[in-house]
Design a protein around this ligand. Structure first.
Ligand code: NCD
Length: 329
């Protein structure tokens, strides 16, 4: 795909600018289940071009005049600010609703009414909500595209896309990799979405977690049906040496009803430079962030520590997704 700044965008042969041929125009992005390998390659190509453009000129006017409503019912640093940065780097603007308690939500307004109001002003809605299925509900009522930025313990499709893009950009390929996911695999929505996406490739998946935080059976069964090799562990020592990707997650404190149960597992794993002695030289450590002690800061200078680069890839993926659903890619 050729990616051109909008000043050159009158050419009908370019993929930019012609909404009629834009495959994602007007679509919602609710689950990674909407993606197959072709759609992923397409998204990554657009994201790659976004990266080149940002590195070359910083910002450009592809989405000039377009408005994003960034509606967050749960805390966020990276997802919310990267969507804002993505929209602004593409020349658009943002209605930020990060504190729903200061909006009409605190007066008891329903989600369908909130999204139907916001779409009167905005062209696309990004939604983070504590309930599984909230973004599908919003999409049912909204005429404009809804992008799921995390629905409770359900899915986090844009994070999984940026995670997969990170692996592909950093390691150069996806087939043949061994990916180890570690931490709160029960409540971590990022690993639910990422495991599903990875099942489109020829990968081996290892899951390391305490007994009470195992990967949900529903996801394991789904991936099993695709014939992938999956193994569960309690300790990471057994799998560090074979991992091409070590994907670390935080124990999701806010999802625990019993705080004693949280206390019993919160410090289950800590990755330190000592852990990495056994790791391959060419591998990456990822984390969706925020980290709360699972990866020691001493590891940050290790070239294999990819978690801050991972955040940057998120900007390019979110630029690509916004351009796609608004018919500009
Ligand atoms: C994750 C989330 O919100 O699910 N954060 C993120 O979007 N980068 C992971 C987490 O909160 O642990």
């Amino acid at each position: 795909m050729t990616f051109m700044p909008p000043t050159h965008n009158n050419n009908p042969h370019l993929p930019f600018g012609d909404q009629r041929t834009a495959p994602w125009y007007g679509k919602d992005i609710l689950s990674v289940k909407q993606f197959d390998r072709n759609k992923l390659s397409y998204t990554f190509e657009v994201a790659h071009e976004m990266r080149i453009m940002v590195e070359r000129i910083g910002a450009f006017d592809l989405l000039k005049g377009k408005i994003l409503a960034n509606l967050f019912y749960e805390p966020s640093t990276r997802t919310s600010s990267s969507f804002t940065a993505a929209m602004e780097r593409l020349g658009g603007s943002v209605i930020p609703i990060n504190e729903v308690r200061y909006s009409s939500v605190s007066k008891g307004e329903s989600l369908p009414d909130t999204v139907r109001s916001l779409e009167c002003y905005a062209d696309v809605i990004v939604l983070r909500h504590p309930e599984v299925g909230a973004s599908s509900l919003a999409a049912k009522y909204a005429r404009k595209p809804v992008i799921n930025a995390g629905d409770g313990i359900g899915e986090h499709p844009t994070q999984a896309l940026l995670d997969l893009f990170t692996i592909s950009e950093e390691l150069g390929h996806l087939d043949g990799l061994t990916v180890t996911m570690l931490g709160d695999l029960k409540n971590g929505r990022t690993v639910h979405s990422l495991a599903r996406l990875l099942s489109l490739y020829d990968v081996k998946l290892n899951y390391v977690s305490p007994e009470i935080l195992k990967m949900p059976k529903e996801i394991i069964d789904e991936i099993d049906a695709k014939g992938l090799q999956q193994s569960e562990y309690k300790q990471f020592d057994d799998v560090i040496s074979e991992s091409d990707v070590l994907y670390v997650t935080r124990v999701q404190k806010e999802r625990f009803k019993d705080k004693k149960e949280y206390e019993s597992v919160k410090g289950a794993y800590v990755i330190t430079p000592k852990t990495m002695v056994k790791a391959k030289e060419k591998m990456i450590i990822m984390h969706p962030l925020p980290r709360v002690g699972e990866i020691s800061m001493e590891l940050d200078d290790d070239p294999r520590a990819a978690y801050f680069r991972q955040m940057e890839y998120g900007l390019y993926i979110r630029m690509a997704l916004l351009a796609m659903v608004l018919g500009k890619a």
